[in-house]
Design a protein. Structure first.
Length: 355
């Protein structure tokens, strides 16, 4: 939803004939995760993806049919299905795709997402005669679009939004039938706080944006931390790090990256970062610089466990040389830490077989 929110609002303003397709079920392997979304409009307009191209052409045709009938439908694609194989789904799994006309509830969700608000869309998958989006929960509360039928799912919706993971839940409908409801969670963007308006920071903002981060550059030097140098950044804070961080709500999904390479910036930035709830803290510098940095932090009263939160020297070891390569190494480490992964090569994994 975050990737196609702008197109959804723009296309609907020009022509109401827009459909949205969402991955609402996965069995086995799939090219895209739960909640992956494709926006479709006549004249072969598409935005987003539900399968990285495997079944998009077929979903497009299905979306045109839905726009004609105005009736949502659930389409299943799997490798054992001759039709699915024909349209190219060959990853070995099965996906369920809900295709429905875009309506006011989708527009309100897209507007909320663009404004930086987290949302949960309740989408009935079965029974198929009730399929479609029936509720919207925002990070600010349920509002009027989470009807009485959905009240039993309120707690699960809140958990899905907090954890940032979509899920399928069971619900008893008012007519007594059991329903399967896809709770599509689109959390508010995580904050990436960057200290130091360097060339690496410019590249880091560029890489982090499509990953869903809201980037903030903290640097009192206005000539460096300018909108001309950072056209993509969400916010520029012209304060010293300790003052600037007081304005930010840093939680477990947030990342702090210290790129200043200057003690008068590094030290207050790391003090503030370690006192925050940021899930990732990284600092640029050599191993020798980092040893001095950690010794200073311990002298300030931080324990070994606390200073161990700092990823330094920052980034994965990919042999980075340029600013862009260094930024790529940093954002890769941020993501691996967020997912709880080591960040090694997939081809180096040990394959375990059972006989």
């Amino acid at each position: 939803m975050r990737q196609i929110a702008a197109e959804l609002l723009e296309w609907r303003a020009a022509d109401p004939r827009v459909a949205i397709a969402t991955v609402v079920g996965i069995t086995g392997s799939a090219p895209r995760p739960l909640g992956a979304t494709l926006l479709v409009a006549p004249a072969e307009r598409l935005a987003g993806s539900v399968s990285n191209g495997c079944v998009e052409a077929d979903v497009y045709e299905g979306a045109l049919s839905v726009l004609e009938s105005r009736r949502p439908r659930v389409v299943r694609y799997g490798i054992s299905d001759d039709r699915a194989f024909t349209v190219g789904l060959s990853c070995g799994g099965t996906i369920e795709v809900l295709i429905e006309p875009v309506g006011p509830i989708h527009e309100r969700a897209a507007a909320a997402v663009r404004a930086g608000t987290g949302v949960v869309l309740a989408r009935i998958v079965s029974p198929e005669d009730r399929a479609g989006t029936v509720g919207l929960w925002t990070g600010e509360g349920r509002g009027d679009e989470w009807g009485p039928d959905l009240v039993p799912l309120g707690r699960e919706a809140l958990i899905a939004l907090r954890e940032g993971h979509s899920r399928v839940a069971a619900l008893r409908l008012a007519d007594g039938r059991d329903a399967s409801v896809f709770l599509h969670a689109v959390p508010a963007p995580a904050t990436l706080a960057i200290v130091g308006a360097t060339d690496i920071a410019i590249a880091l903002v560029h890489f982090a944006k499509p990953l869903g981060y809201r980037s903030v550059v903290v640097d009192p030097r206005k000539a460096l931390a300018s909108r001309e140098r950072f056209p993509q950044v969400d916010e520029l804070v012209h304060e010293w790090p300790d003052v600037g961080f007081a304005r930010l709500a840093l939680d477990a999904g947030s990342a702090v990256v210290v790129l200043s390479h200057d003690e008068k910036f590094d030290q207050p930035a790391l003090l503030a970062a370690l006192r925050s709830g940021a899930g990732y803290v990284g600092a640029i510098g050599s191993s020798r610089t980092n040893e001095k940095r950690l010794a200073w932090l311990r002298a300030q009263g931080f324990s070994d466990d606390e200073v161990a939160r700092i990823h330094a020297p920052i980034g994965l070891d990919i042999g980075a040389r340029t600013a862009e390569e260094t930024a790529l190494a940093i954002v890769a480490e941020m993501l691996s830490a967020r997912r709880g992964r080591a960040g090694g090569s997939l081809s180096a994994r040990t394959l375990v077989t059972t006989g």
